[in-house]
Design a protein around this ligand. Sequence first.
Ligand SMILES: *Cc1c(COP(=O)(O)O)cnc(C)c1O
Length: 390
Amino acid sequence: MLSYGKQNISEDDIQAVVEVLRSDWLTQGPAVKAFEDGLCDFTRAPFACAVSNGTAALHLIAMALGWKEMDTIITTPITFAASGNCARYVGAEVDFVDIDERFYTLDPNKLEDKLKDYHQRNRRVKAVVAVDYAGHPCDWEALRELANNYEFQLVNDNCHAIGAMYNGDIGYATKFADAVAQSYHPVKHITTGEGGAILTANDYIDERVRTLRTHGITKDAEKMEQNDGPWYYEMQALGFNYRITDFQCALGTKQLEKLSDFVKRRNEIADLYDEGLSGIGHIFVPNVADFAYHAYHLYPLRIDFDALSISKEEFFDKMRIAEIALQVHYIPLHLQPYYRKRYDFGEGDFPIAEKFYKQELSIPMYPRLSDNDVAYVIETIKTIVSHGKK
Ligand SMILES: *Cc1c(COP(=O)(O)O)cnc(C)c1O
C-alpha cells in the first residue's frame, strides 16, 4: 500500500540513536544542543529551541508572544488544527482569512480587507499565524508589510516547509516572521518520532520559550531573584515539560544531513506528477509562485469531481483498491464542530477554502517513492478519471 507520506530511516539513523542510548544522557544532554545548532545551520535561524512536538512549539510561541484573553489571532482555514488551537490554549480567540486560489496559502489581500474591517470596528488583531501550506511559502513580503502597517505579530507555521525557499532564500522563515514553528513528525521532511522546534531571530522570544519548555524554571544565576546555593533554581513562570530527548535529537541531527537530498527528491517526484497529470481535463496540479521553491511536504492535487461522473468517495475507494491510500489536507478548520460552535461559523464563510476541500487530494509524496511507484499513481488516476468521464 502506498500512503501519502512516510518517514525515511536508514541504518546510520538507527546507529546514531543506539549510540545515545548507550551514553549517559537520555535527556537534557549534549545531543539536544547539537540538533539545535544543526537546525540553525540549515534554516539560517539565529535561534532554535527543540521541543517535544510541533503543537508544543506553537503553544510556547503563543505564550512567549504574550497572547491572552480578548486577543484575536488570525489563521488560514486550510491547516492542521494546531495552527488555531495554540491561540485557544492561552485564552485568545481565533478568526480566519480565506486562501489564495492559486497557491492555497493565506491571501494577503483578503487579510488586508479583514484588518480594515477590524479597524473600523475599533478592534485589533494581535497576531497572524500563516502556514506555508504543503511546502509552498506564503507571500511573506506582503504579510510583513501588513504586519508593520497594522502592528500585529507574525508567526510562520512552517511545519510543511522545511527546505523551502522564498526568492531563493532558505533562511526566509525567521527573516519575515517573529517566530516560526516546525514539526518532526514522521510524515514531515525530517523526523525525530515526535518533535518540533521554535525558530526565531528574537533573543527575548528564544529565552522565553527555553524557560517555558522546562516548567518556567531557570538555573541561570543572572536571572534569579536570589541564590541560596548550588542546588538553587527558580520557577519564574508557569511552564510545561515540553522537552525532547537526546536520542530523538540524535536522530534529528542525522536526518538533517540528508534533508537537502530529501527535498530534492520530493521536487523530482513533483516534476513527474506535474508532467503526468497536467493537461487532463478537470485535474489541476499545484501552481508554484515565481518567488517560491516548493518543499512538497504534500502534493495537493485538485480534481473537479462535479464535472466528472465520479464522487470523491468513489475515487478514494478506487484508489484504495489499487493499493494507494490518499489523504485530504484539510477539512477547513472553521467547519470543525469546536470552531463552528464557538464562533458560529458555517458553510459559505470561507468559500475558496471550502471549494478547495471538495477538490483536494494528497497523493503519495515521500523520498522513497520510486519512479515506477509515481508512474503507477499517475496511470491509476488517469484510468479512474477516464472511466468516470461523462
Ligand atoms: C504537523 C503539523 C503541526 C503539528 O505538529 P505535531 O508535531 O504533530 O504536533 C502543526 N501545524 C501543521 C500545519 C502541521 O502540519
